[in-house]
Design a protein around this ligand. Structure first.
Ligand code: ZN
Length: 92
């Protein structure tokens, strides 16, 4: 089964210890300014990297978080930033 099909549904099976768990995704900052999105098996500590985010992608995420959605035009800005962000997030 591929990694992506294993991700569908609330639980994943650990490649290392074979136990299942609900992944808790976190972003870890890299010295480059980018980040990796990952989750850790609570049973054996195996880390699975889901996505690599470029430094520009991290900056775009911050801008998305800082958007005031009550502001006129913010929704358009959000759609544009999300489209830009997509190009800055890569599968490992
Ligand atoms: Zn494990």
């Amino acid at each position: 089964m591929s990694f992506l099909s294993r991700l569908i549904g609330p639980r994943v099976r650990c490649d290392h210890c074979g136990r299942t768990y609900k992944p808790n995704l976190t972003d870890k900052a890299l010295p480059s300014g980018g980040a990796v999105r990952r989750f850790t098996c609570p049973h054996c500590g195996t880390v699975t990297i889901v996505a690599v985010i470029t430094p520009r992608g991290v900056e775009l995420q911050k801008r998305i978080q800082d958007l005031d959605l009550s502001d006129r035009g913010a929704r358009e800005a959000l759609a544009r930033l999300r489209a830009e962000l997509k190009a800055e997030v890569r599968r490992p």
